[in-house]
Design a protein around this ligand. Sequence first.
Ligand code: KG4
Ligand code: ZN
Length: 330
Amino acid sequence: MTRILAIESSCDETACAIVDSDMNVISSVVTSQIDVHARFGGVIPEVASRMHVEQISVIVNEAIKQSGLTMDDIDAIAYTIGPGLIGSLHIGGIAAKTLAYFYNKPLIGVHHLKGHIFINELVRPFVYPVLALVVSGGHSELVIMNNDHDFKIIGTTMDDAVGESYDKVARVIGLEYPGGPKIDKLSKEGNRSYKLPIPKVDGYNFSFSGLKNATITLVNKMKERGEEINTADLACSFQEAALEELMKKTLAAIKEYDVKTVLAAGGVACNSRLRELLAENVDETKLILPPLKLCTDNAVMIACAAHHYYQNNQFVGFDASSSPSMSIEE
Ligand code: KG4
Ligand code: ZN
């Protein structure tokens, strides 16, 4: 049995967790900067870095304290090496390297999206090939995995990520950052009454900027004309169009690649309507939906992925650089 201490700091959450190789979460601490960024309507990178600096030691100490373990009980230190905001990534990287150096532990640099994917192993182990629908504030990707270290992107967004579109549409109808969860909630009270364009891109790629811009333009026009906007209907119309596109491509990929496991990953995997559509359309023996509380950024997911890196002897040196835009295929 191995135990890994992991640190996540790629965006606006500072987090530390300890997870063992049986996927038991021994401790997990997350602080979110959402309240601060909400004032600006989105994440301000410089503010995020400063807040990580303030929080990181407190969070790591708290995770160790809550675990009841000492550093002697830890086999490796993991951290998010990319993608993410470069300043934010550096803070987690420096903290992880310091711990690894001081306590003489191997160091693991985890790809953030692999973390979002492997959190699903808390539900059950994967049977390969796996299709992962990765949907977050920064990513919309369909990924095929033939084993735990072979990732192939079969589709990605040509422009905005789906979560980013949720956040921008939310802002124009007066909902605070992050808007995704608020649109999800508001949609339940609405109908798909506004006509919005369904994104059209060939193959497994996505595009959300056309839908996002059409929604924002419609709202602005209605505001100019002094027309009343039914925000619940608007939220519902936007969400249904976006999810229709995600579902269409996911279902086609399941068929073509004959996958044995289908999973959702990333912040948008919290979305209740997406979860409902996946549950309705995907064979329940194949489908894994991540625990709601662990869809958005946390360090448990980094530790879960790190166990695979550990088993595959994928370690990094102290000279490893964080990378704001690394691909999951690297
Ligand atoms: O994975 P995450 O915490 O951070 C990134 O790695 O990007 O995802 C955050 C994104 C935000 O865009 C947020 O609005 C979206 O996930 N999100 C949701 C929901 N909960 C979070 N989008 C739609 N419906 C939700 N319930
Ligand atoms: Zn994330």
